[in-house]
Design a protein around this ligand. Sequence first.
Ligand code: PMP
Length: 334
Amino acid sequence: MTRIVHQLSLNENCSPPLPGVREALLGSVDQVHLTLDALADGLAAELAGHLGVAAERVVAGAGSGALLQQFLAAHCGPGSEVVHTWPSFEMYPLLIRNAHARPVAVPAPDDRQDLAAVAAAVTPETKVVLLCNPNNPTGEVLGADRLRALLEALPPHVLVLVDEAYREFADPAAVADAVELAATDDRVVVVRTFSKSHGLLGLRVGYLVGAADVVAPVRRTTPFYRVPTVAQAAAVAALAAGPRMRRQCERVAAERDRVRAGLLELGFDVPPSGGNFLWLRLGARNQEFVAHLAEHGIAVRVLAGGAGVRVSTGTPEANDAVLRAAALFASAPA
Ligand code: PMP
């Protein structure tokens, strides 16, 4: 079997650590024996200052995955429903079931999410509408107008949880800022992560922002010491490196668009993406494409029950390898 040289199946960040992160990690090493900030309230306060919101509106946690789970556990329960679009992040149905709620998937025809259909799927049992923006794996970006129209169509008891794990890779002029929407609508809740744009995947840091009385029950479910002090220190440093983080994300977005243009030229069906990944629809040839890339040392994945193939954006070298392998695939007889 060919050795995998380019790991492009997990949406990892391909940029070097942000300036200050290494120093912050080393600087916090001498304190690992001390009892410090059990609920990462210092980091939450730092984030609140950065976002310009009250500290009681922010809770930090061990990555956005953990916070999604805490949020669903705090706000849903047996008999309740969570509406989400599909395809979307493959963990959503599992996280919803873990919270003893029922996932209600609203299909996205041609991978364009139908927010009117989302509103129509809401019942008195619906507690949460869960959206991923930009959407993993299709890359679709929801603008503020579409989210505002959805909010208008939803009854007052339904919370809208927006997962912005990939927000920094999208065009800032096109993608909604759910923290901004939350400032004027208490139903909006946002979850963000340091795993992607800030490159701290292995340290497990994320945060959730919303109205104080929506955030408070989530904070109560936060396990003590779950965000290690070294991870808190790294996150504060990464936050301070905002301009560099944005430049790195812009470079990744430019590479993503370069790969898309190359794939379109080769005849592939690839919608525009606001994430650090592309979504390829090859119909019956999805699995064959994944196997072909693996033969060329590139790992990518079929997702959403076989609906398409997601290709993460890597280094220019990795992206060139994708384009070369895709060209061979396109020129071979089906
Ligand atoms: N949301 C989305 C859409 C994701 O793709 C991921 C990770 N792949 C997560 C949340 C979880 O990320 P983390 O727990 O590392 O913050």
